[in-house]
Design a protein around this ligand. Structure first.
Ligand code: PGA
Length: 262
């Protein structure tokens, strides 16, 4: 694992964008795995700047998002579909047909809670999503944020470390953290999500995990220096042959050993 400690959020975002840009120069049809949340926003802003000011070309790039809430229509302002269009896709020249975001409308929270799940439909959809990734030759770089509870994608603690794309129930800590996007009201935060599995994520050729801020320090300490455990699904990246972790100083503040600084 390559751990790079940078000064702040801005430096983290710029270093991540530079890395992606370098890979796009080598492979213009790069397959990018994308994440949502506050963490990658600065990275997306920098990629948009590179596109507008330096003509970084996304016309051949293909993207796969990690996850999506269940229970929000696509056009809901807090759906990850809206998030990705508002914060990246509408500002760059990526063809719509190259964009993949899990469809959180294939099942409703009511169906999940009633126990009358359209299991075949869900399984067929999840299999289709995984096969699309394979069709494009797999994900070249998977961008990851990390939850305070150590989740990657929406793979909450206890997720199988070999899991594939499926429905997960969100933990209260995650819903509380995300309530800031829903008028501070945890009751408005969806309870379920569709997410790539830990096993799906681990098949990406490179993992690029970003974390900023002191509230991520414990999760980063576990991810980098803790034992591999489903208690903190992010710890599995210790087994990945090419995992890069870019963290700012506050997120790195609990790390015990010395790491690269940029
Ligand atoms: P954040 O979320 O980037 O908004 O902190 C990260 C995550 O939950 O994976």
């Amino acid at each position: 694992m390559r751990v790079i400690i940078v000064k702040d959020y801005d430096a983290m975002s710029k270093l991540a964008a530079k890395f992606i840009r370098e890979q796009m120069e080598v492979k213009p049809n790069l397959v990018l795995g994308l994440a949502t949340g506050s963490t990658p926003l600065g990275l997306y802003k920098e990629l948009i700047r590179m596109h507008k000011e330096e003509h970084l070309d996304f016309s051949k790039v293909v993207t796969f998002n990690l996850d999506e809430y269940i229970g929000l229509p696509k056009d809901h302002p807090e759906s990850y579909y809206s998030f990705m269009w508002d914060n990246l896709f509408k500002h760059i020249n990526i063809p719509e047909s190259h964009i993949h975001i899990p469809d959180g409308t294939i099942v409703t929270p009511e169906e999940i809670e009633s126990g009358r799940l359209p299991i075949r439909k869900i399984e067929a959809y999840c299999e289709w999503y995984e096969n699309e990734i394979k069709k494009y030759g797999g994900i070249d770089i998977q961008v990851l944020g990390i939850g305070r509870d150590g989740h990657i994608g929406f793979n909450e603690p206890g997720s199988s470390l070999g899991s594939r794309t499926r429905i997960k129930t969100l933990l209260e800590v995650t819903r509380r953290d995300n309530a800031r996007f829903f008028d501070g009201d945890i009751n408005k935060v969806p309870k379920y999500a569709l997410t790539m599995g830990v096993g799906t994520i681990m098949e990406a050729k490179t993992l690029l995990l970003l974390a900023s801020g002191e509230n991520k320090a414990e999760a980063i300490k576990m991810t980098v220096e803790g034992p591999v455990t489903a208690r903190y699904p992010a710890t599995i990246i210790q087994l990945h042959p090419k995992a890069i972790v870019i963290v700012d100083e506050p997120a790195a503040s609990q790390l015990e050993y010395e790491y690269e600084r940029a």
